[in-house]
Design a protein around this ligand. Structure first.
Ligand code: ADP
Ligand code: MG
Length: 255
């Protein structure tokens, strides 16, 4: 399989008025094309920093990040970023929200306009194009946010705790929907989450990080026996509890 993201001995220090914070210490890992990989680790350990480095928003203090074999130097259309808050503009219709990235970058044309409309139709928002975000459920809003991210046709999606503001039931349903879209559109996904069950149910691999400064503590290949291979059904897999308990122990969560 083709490596699509590579981190090679990446370290990241933040400098602020309070001094220096080392967020990442000598992290190396590879992500392969089409994989769904989750990153879990203690709060504040450096997870979001890793996504920002992959997206090119931040530059590592040392080491290198490669996307499709090229050294990351600034942001690129190949990488889409989805955050916990959907950041939809309440005064813009759904179609206008999903087109905003293309519009701002002056890249809106007939082709990508059609592509976005097709995504909205395909993923249950066809009748809501002229609606406003506050007329949509939380799940529909997240889908709209994902379609806005997909509009630029990124090959890699970075998801930073995109479901953590939602209640448990909604979260299960939405993570299932989002996962299905990501698979159907054949994207590579890197999900940061503090929800171990979410990570185990959705991922091909899980990267477990240490406390700050983050280092790779371990990497799990997730092999679950389940018929449909979707996150909700994978929660029923006999191996699910094993992975959950292993990662729980590694994270050593103190209540
Ligand atoms: P996580 O996403 O795992 O919770 P972050 O990557 O957001 O962690 O942050 C890792 C560490 O770096 C934290 O201690 C945080 O306070 C610090 N940090 C994050 N962003 C900045 C910044 N812009 N300036 C200074 N310190 C930062
Ligand atoms: Mg974070």
């Amino acid at each position: 399989m083709e490596k699509i993201v590579e981190l090679k001995n990446v370290s990241m220090n933040y400098h602020s008025s309070n001094g220096e914070t080392q967020a990442i210490q000598d992290i190396s890992f590879d992500i392969y094309n089409g994989e769904f990989v989750s990153i879990v680790g203690p709060s504040g350990c450096g997870k979001s920093t890793i996504l920002s480095l992959i997206s090119g928003i931040l530059k590592p203090t040392s080491g290198n990040v490669f996307v499709k074999g090229a050294k990351v130097d600034g942001t690129s259309e190949n990488v889409g970023y989805m955050l916990q808050k959907d950041h939809l503009f309440e005064w813009r219709s759904i179609i206008k929200n999903t087109l905003i990235g293309l519009e701002v970058q002056n890249k809106l044309n007939k082709d990508n306009w059609e592509y976005v409309n097709q995504l909205l139709d395909e993923y249950g928002l066809g009748e809501f194009k002229e609606h406003y975000p506050n007329q949509l459920s939380g799940g529909m809003r997240q889908r709209a946010a994902l379609i806005r991210t997909l509009a630029a046709k990124p090959e890699i999606l970075l998801l930073d705790e995109p479901f953590s503001a939602l209640d448990y039931q909604t979260r299960l349903a939405i993570s299932e929907e989002i996962w299905l879209i990501i698979k159907k559109e054949k994207k590579t996904a890197i999900l940061v989450t503090h929800d171990i069950a979410e990570a185990v149910s959705a991922s091909d691999r899980i990267i477990v990080l240490t406390n700050r400064p983050a280092q790779v503590k371990s990497i799990y290949n997730i092999n679950l026996t389940c018929d449909t291979k979707t996150p909700i059904s994978c929660r029923e897999a006999p191996e699910f509890r094993y992975y959950f308990n292993q990662i729980w122990k590694e994270l050593d969560v103190h209540v």
